[in-house]
Design a protein around this ligand. Structure first.
Ligand code: NAD
Length: 255
C-alpha cells in the first residue's frame, strides 16, 4: 500500500461535484490538496473549507496548467497524486434537423475532457518523475482520470462526450505503460449516474427516475462514493492501467 500523507494532491474540477468530494476525502486522508478549477468563487470557498489551496486553472491550456503546477508545488511540494475531474457535458446529435454536429462544440468537448486530462497528466507526471521515490517499490505518484459509462454505452446526443471519455479510457493503459519505469500508476474511473450539481438541478421526480434505472442500489451515486474509490486507488499499489466502472451495474439505453 502507498501512503501519501503530507504529500501534495491536485484535483482538477475540485470546486464542484465529484472533484470537490475527492478533494475533501484526500485532505481528510492527510494530503495537502490543490484545487484546479475555472470557478474561483466555489473553488476558493471549498479550498477554505478543507484547508486546501485554490488555483484558477484552465485544464485545456498548457500554460495555465504549468502555472498551476508551479503554484501548487510552491505551496505543498511536488504533486504526488493527480485526480482529473474537470469536465464538461453538452448534448448534440451527429446530424440534427439536417445540420451536421457543430464542429466547434465537438472540438471543445474533446479539448476540455480528453486533452485537458492528458495535459494535466503529462505535466504532473513530468514533475513526479523528478521527485524521490517514496517506498521500496519505487513509487513516485498516482494519476486517476475520470471517464464515464458513456465511454462504453453512449446515448443519443452523446457523440462528442462519449468520444472524449472513450479517449480517456484508451490512453489509460499506454500511459500506465509509459510511466511504469518511473513508478507512476495510472487508473481511470468510469462513473455511472452521480448526484452532483449537474443532476441536482433536475426535479426530484426526474432524479428518482434516473436512480430507478440503476440495478442495485437503485439510486444515484453519492460523490463520496466516487471519492472513496479514488482514495483506494491512490493507496493500492497493485491497481494500475485499469478502468473501473462505478455504476451499480447500469448499462445505459440508447436514449
Ligand atoms: P461538475 O460540473 O459538478 O464539476 C466539474 C467541474 O469542472 C466544475 O467545477 C467546472 O468549473 C470544472 N471545469 C470545467 N471546465 C474546466 C476547465 N477547462 N478547466 C478547469 N476546470 C474546469 O461535474 P461532475 O458531475 O462533478 O463531473 C466531474 C467529472 O465526472 C466530469 O469529467 C464528468 O464528465 C464526469 N462524470 C460525471 C458523472 C455524474 O453523474 N455526475 C457521470 C460520469 C462522469
Amino acid at each position: 500500500m502507498q501512503d501519501w500523507t503530507g504529500h501534495c494532491a491536485i484535483v482538477t474540477g475540485g470546486a464542484s461535484g465529484l472533484g470537490a468530494a475527492t478533494a475533501e476525502r484526500l485532505a481528510g486522508n492527510g494530503m495537502r490538496v490543490a484545487l484546479f478549477d475555472m470557478n474561483a468563487e466555489k473553488g476558493e470557498a471549498h479550498a477554505a473549507r478543507i484547508g486546501g489551496r485554490f488555483v484558477r486553472v484552465d485544464v485545456s491550456d498548457p500554460a495555465s496548467v504549468a502555472a498551476g503546477l508551479d503554484a501548487a508545488t510552491e505551496a505543498f511540494g511536488t504533486p504526488r497524486v493527480l485526480v482529473n475531474c474537470a469536465g464538461i457535458g453538452g448534448a448534440a446529435k451527429t446530424v440534427s434537423r439536417g445540420q451536421a454536429h457543430d464542429f466547434g462544440l465537438f472540438e471543445k468537448t474533446l479539448r476540455v475532457n480528453l486533452m485537458g486530462s492528458f495535459n494535466c497528466a503529462s505535466q504532473a507526471a513530468a514533475r513526479m518523475v523528478a521527485a524521490q521515490a517514496v517506498d521500496a517499490d519505487g513509487a513516485r505518484g498516482v494519476i486517476v482520470n475520470t471517464a464515464s459509462v458513456a465511454a462504453f454505452d453512449g446515448q443519443v446526443g452523446q457523440v462528442a462526450y462519449s468520444a472524449s471519455k472513450g479517449g480517456i479510457v484508451g490512453m489509460t493503459l499506454p500511459m500506465a505503460r509509459d510511466l511504469a519505469d518511473k513508478g507512476i500508476r495510472v487508473c481511470t474511473v468510469a462513473p455511472g449516474l452521480f448526484l452532483t450539481p449537474l443532476l441536482d438541478e433536475l426535479p426530484a421526480e426526474v432524479q428518482a427516475s434516473l436512480g430507478a434505472q440503476v440495478p442495485f442500489p437503485s439510486r444515484l451515486g453519492a460523490p463520496a462514493e466516487y471519492a472513496a474509490i479514488v482514495a483506494h486507488i491512490t493507496e493500492n499499489s497493485m491497481l494500475n492501467g485499469e478502468v473501473i466502472r462505478l455504476d451499480g451495474a447500469i448499462r445505459m439505453a440508447p436514449r
